[in-house]
Design a protein around this ligand. Structure first.
Ligand code: GLU
Length: 240
């Protein structure tokens, strides 16, 4: 691949730390290998309660101090919410996502059941998708993606190798919250796709997310990027 498009996508919920600085550096270095390659910076500031402008500033200052520079303007995820909602609408239309009105109580009961029966499917809502009345609601629902329950999904990761998961282990995760705001899982895929990102280097705490994000790419016929999940940096006591 000669044109590599990478990105660093920190959430401004804390200062730049050594682990995220390393992730940024690796993405940046790879993007410097060929003239046509690009490196983008996206601030994932959709968690309004925990994101702070001073953390964004600290991240920008830290990256500049490291000599890292990026394409064009910094992208702020919070400014792209309508695009994320548009994509959720397309998934709903294609019946690859559905509206869910399960109460917290009902979901907790199901969570308990799943915890006790390790072999059963992790799909937490099983009824809403088949109820036309729910699917015609105009408000007061979350939107869940519809994932298969049968079969396995194999992902090739440049660092972790071949990783397999049973589809029944994957929940129909939420892509739009009740207030209509998108979740990280949807936003990250839409933003990476729209930037043309074709190589994602990030901490292996995100490895599990690949299996979920994969289906969003697939359902929309978008090109799935290459992945490289790097081990986190741990202290001598094993903590992150
Ligand atoms: N915003 C995420 C984080 O800071 C990273 C998302 C990603 O690299 O896909 O953990």
């Amino acid at each position: 691949m000669t044109k590599i498009i990478t990105r660093f996508a920190p959430s401004p919920t804390g200062n730049l730390h050594v682990g995220s600085a390393r992730t940024a550096l690796l993405n940046f270095i790879v993007s410097q290998q060929t003239l046509s390659s690009k490196f983008y910076l996206r601030i994932e500031d959709t968690d309004k309660a925990r994101s702070k402008p001073e953390f964004t500033q600290n991240i920008l200052d830290g990256l500049k101090w490291l000599g890292i520079f990026w394409e064009k303007e910094v992208q702020y995820q919070s400014q792209r919410i309508s695009r994320h909602q548009e994509i959720a609408g397309i998934l709903l239309e294609k019946k690859l996502a559905y509206k869910c009105i399960c109460s917290e109580e009902k979901l907790n009961e199901k969570r308990e059941l799943i915890k006790k029966n390790k072999n059963i499917s992790k799909k937490i809502c099983t009824d809403c998708k088949n109820d036309n009345k729910i699917q015609n609601l105009l408000k007061n629902f979350v939107v869940r993606i519809k994932l298969p329950d049968e079969g396995v999904l194999r992902i090739e990761d440049n660092i972790q190798g071949s990783v397999v998961v049973n589809n029944k282990e994957l929940d129909d995760f939420i892509i739009l919250r009740k207030d209509g705001t998108p979740t990280y899982m949807l936003s990250v895929v839409v933003d990476d796709n729209d930037l043309g990102v074709n190589l994602i280097i990030r901490g292996d705490d995100h490895l599990n997310n690949v299996f979920r994000q994969y289906y969003i790419y697939k359902y929309l016929n978008w090109k799935i990027p290459l992945y490289a999940h790097i081990p986190l940096i741990h202290g001598e006591d094993g903590s992150k």
